[in-house]
Design a protein around this ligand. Structure first.
Ligand SMILES: Cc1cc2nc3c(=O)[nH]c(=O)nc-3n(C[C@H](O)[C@H](O)[C@H](O)COP(=O)(O)OP(=O)(O)OC[C@H]3O[C@@H](n4cnc5c(N)ncnc54)[C@H](O)[C@@H]3O)c2cc1C
Length: 407
């Protein structure tokens, strides 16, 4: 007998779990199908390789969903300032939360902390069932909805299927929704490192001709690095012993935080820009990386996905409250119209930065260094840029509007 749900969310990563939490009081029966058994416990002082810079708007979503205290208890690292500079000149820009009248610019949080805190919320919720580990293998449409097959042979029925299953989304592929984009021919090398000087609760980023190198501050004084570089260089960095890696990393970072004293395990991820031509189809919607992937240089990927989740939950909730079909094309298209423009704008800006700083043509190098210096002095421009990166923009979903420090 197939289990019946109103909504099945394929993928219980950060975005899928957020969507499930946001829908838990909608009166609908929800299932989250997640391929990997999510980590819930780990050694206290360990820091995972995968972390995200979480914007103020995303913090508001997590607070509104009641997941923030559990994230704070498991460990979050606020950052108050950001320093960005170009290896090919003297241009630099400095962002300070105090200039914006905010207590911080954002937080660095391990991805597993975000996912676990959201799933904790779902544990006590009868309307949402987590089916994991379980892989969505295929699905077909039928008169009243969709029939889903899991890899273990079980079957589910649903009125709406949401693809929150990441960049290689099976939901998107089986729906025949095409994507546009390209590989950056870059890999992001990640590691947790110890530096001789304090990170000063600042996010640091140096633009090298081969890609940006970021140091993200962690609460225990260490930093999480994201080093975007050519695939060949990434391979060489992964193959180095710890001493050679620390020396190479310190030099690439201009010894800004002094010598690198130690580095933990390393991993590398291929980088691409990818955008689904449609976010919705008949009784189907895409959120997060299933809909869009961007370069991690400004830490925006999951923040956009969380806004997708909040917006989709809102249009569904409003349709249910009005007694309308929550999976009707008009409802789903409202979600698509709402999120596509913002996602495209952010993707375009990030891609522009990536190209601008990846080009070593001397006149362009001079111009961008001059631009950085001018922007650093033009406080209104700088504040506008920063507010966008913090997710503080027009037309936010209700969950992302705050009040920020109320709960
Ligand atoms: C090096 C690096 C650094 C980054 N840093 C930042 C940052 O600082 N800030 C930021 O905002 N973004 C950052 N990003 C982007 C961010 O990691 C992604 O945008 C985010 O992980 C997307 O979340 P998601 O839930 O949409 O997809 P995913 O994290 O890919 O989760 C998808 C989930 O679906 C599950 N799944 C897949 N297929 C199936 C299936 N068939 N059946 C069932 N389950 C399935 C997977 O197991 C997974 O749990 C970074 C990315 C990289 C590579």
């Amino acid at each position: 007998m197939a289990q019946r749900f109103d909504i099945v969310i394929a993928g219980g990563g950060m975005v899928g779990a957020t969507l499930a939490c946001a829908l838990r009081d909608s009166g609908l029966r929800i299932a989250v199908v997640e391929a990997r058994r999510p980590a819930r416990d780990w050694p206290q002082d360990s820091v995972d390789l995968r972390v995200s810079a979480i914007s103020v708007a995303s913090e508001r979503i997590f607070r509104a969903l009641g997941a923030w205290p559990a994230m704070a208890a498991r460990g979050i690292s606020p950052f108050l300032e950001m320093q960005v500079w170009d290896a090919g000149g003297s241009g630099s820009i400095h962002f300070d939360s105090a200039d914006l009248g905010q207590p911080r610019l954002g937080h660095i949080i391990e991805n597993r902390v975000i996912q676990a805190a959201l799933l904790d919320q779902l544990d006590t919720c009868e309307a949402v069932e987590l089916i994991s580990p379980a892989v969505l293998a295929s699905w077909q449409r039928h008169e009243e909805g969709l029939r889903l097959q899991l890899e273990d042979g079980s079957e589910l029925r649903t009125r709406l299927l949401v693809g929150a299953d990441g960049g290689a989304s099976r939901v998107r592929t089986l729906a025949g929704i095409a994507t546009r984009g390209w590989s950056y021919e870059q890999r992001a090398v990640v590691a947790v490192v110890e530096t001789r000087l304090s990170h000063e609760q600042t996010a640091w980023q140096r633009f090298l001709p081969t890609g940006p190198l970021a140091f993200l501050p962690l609460r225990d004084g260490r930093s999480s690095i994201v080093w975007s570089t050519t695939p060949q260089r990434a391979e060489a960095l992964l193959a180095m012993d710890e001493a050679a890696f620390c020396k190479t990393l310190g030099e690439a970072f201009d010894l800004r935080l002094g010598r690198i004293l130690a580095a933990g395990p390393r991993a590398a991820f291929p980088l691409r820009l990818q955008h689904a031509l449609r976010y919705v189809d008949h009784r189907l919607a895409l959120v997060g990386d299933a809909a869009h992937m961007i370069h991690p240089l400004a830490g925006q990927g999951v923040n956009l996905g969380l806004l997708d989740a909040a917006a989709l939950a809102q249009v569904i909730g409003e349709a249910v409250a009005a007694g309308r079909d929550f999976a009707a094309p008009t409802t789903l298209r409202r979600y698509e119209r709402w999120r596509k423009g913002d996602n495209l704008l952010t993707m375009g800006v990030m891609d522009g930065f990536k190209r601008l700083f990846g080009n070593d043509w001397p006149p362009l190098r001079l111009a961008r260094n001059l631009g950085l210096r001018l922007a650093d002095r033009a406080v209104p421009v700088k504040n506008r840029l920063m507010r966008h990166a913090m997710g503080l923009r027009e037309d936010l979903p209700a969950l992302a509007r705050g009040p920020l420090f109320g709960c």
